[in-house]
Design a protein around this ligand. Structure first.
Ligand code: DAH
Length: 345
């Protein structure tokens, strides 16, 4: 039986050996692709051996040689596949390492310059007001922002169709009985809730959000904040009210500030007044309303006006913060721009 010449067999064996070596030496998938195409491509050694097959006249030898070359190509492909898997695994690991983002706190603190948040001006003012009133012996109370007409108006001596209702541009909430549920227009309804729930004597301040149908401008917002004060005790007089306002003024604004009361009208107090704060330079800030709690209001709160008397006051926190910090436009306070808040800490 005819066999291929040893030299051709050796040539194939050598080609496989050196090919496998080159494959092993490939340093990247890209490199391997080039190595492989030079080994199995048209210009490769095995291809040139294959090209000579046509000239082998002995059909047996031709078959054997053809088989040999095909086996050799198979071995090379096999070696290349194995090397490719190795290289890809390494390259994938490298890529993951390169794209790794260190989210640990330490790494972040080193790479990102951290900006501290700030408390909103209204929150800062509310907390300071609470501190001052707690210092004066008051407790803090809160009430709901969605109120009934009863608490927001009626219990405060503002019956339906009372002309004083026009003092507040009311936002109504849809309800079964039309007009019976409102977004509270002031914090005064919390007075009634506190009187109903706390046994007197009562020394309370009630901060919170209030709502009015207003178009926002430099001095008005449809959502703003008030703080309400209520004192109920035996033998409370207008002098106690004036003294409390004055103590608060000095404690909150500073010893160079004083207060004054001007006669005014509110349905829930009798007599009623407005109070202003005098700055050391002699200019005035109009702050809020106050007065002696009206007997109707005491009754709505479940108290006997013959036994108890008291005073109340209320003023806008946003307005006060605006005055205190010289903010020109209330809308800036709600711009959510940290550069604004950063100025006040
Ligand atoms: N609730 C009033 C308002 O929003 C302010 C006010 C006036 C509150 C007199 C009081 C008070 O407690 O006694 O306009």
């Amino acid at each position: 039986m005819a066999t291929s010449s040893p030299s051709e067999k050796d040539q194939v064996t050598n080609a496989v050996a050196s090919g496998v070596q080159a494959i092993q030496a490939a340093s990247s998938s890209e490199d391997l692709k080039n190595v492989l195409s030079s080994l199995v491509g048209k210009k490769g050694e095995l291809a040139s051996i294959k090209a000579t097959l046509g000239k082998v006249s002995d059909i047996e030898i031709r078959k054997q040689l053809g088989q040999l070359v095909n086996d050799a190509l198979g071995q090379i492909q096999h070696a290349a596949d194995a090397r490719s898997r190795e290289l890809l695994a390494g390259e994938f690991a490298q890529q993951i390492e390169a794209e790794r983002v260190d989210l640990s706190e330490l790494a972040l603190s080193e790479s990102v310059s951290r900006r501290r948040g700030r408390m909103h001006l209204v929150t800062q003012s509310t907390e300071r007001l609470e501190d001052v009133f707690i210092g004066l012996g008051f407790q803090i109370a809160e009430g709901p922002e969605v109120e009934t007409d009863f608490y927001n108006f009626e219990a405060l001596n503002v019956p339906p169709s009372h002309p004083a209702r026009s003092m507040w541009d009311t936002l109504f909430v849809e309800s079964d009985v039309e007009g019976s549920v409102v977004l509270r227009t002031h914090t005064s309804p919390v007075q009634i809730r506190v009187m109903q729930e706390w046994p007197p004597p009562i020394y309370a301040v009630m901060p919170g959000r209030v709502f009015r149908k207003e178009t926002p401008d430099a001095t008005h917002m449809p959502v703003f904040h008030q703080i309400e004060g209520l004192v109920i005790d035996k033998g409370i007089t207008f002098a106690d009210l004036a003294g409390t306002i004055e103590s608060f003024t000095k404690a909150f604004f500073g010893p160079g500030f004083t207060s004054r009361l001007r006669p005014s009208y509110f349905p829930f107090t009798e007599p009623s007044a407005e109070f202003d704060i005098r700055r050391p330079d002699g200019s005035w800030i109009e702050l809020g309303g106050c007065g002696m709690v009206h007997p109707h209001v005491l009754r709505a709160g479940g108290l006997d006006p013959n036994e108890w008397s008291g005073f109340a006051f209320g003023f806008g926190i946003d307005r006060m913060a605006k005055e205190r910090h010289g903010v020109a436009d209330l809308r800036d306070m709600y711009s959510d721009d940290i550069r604004f808040t950063e100025q006040f800490s």
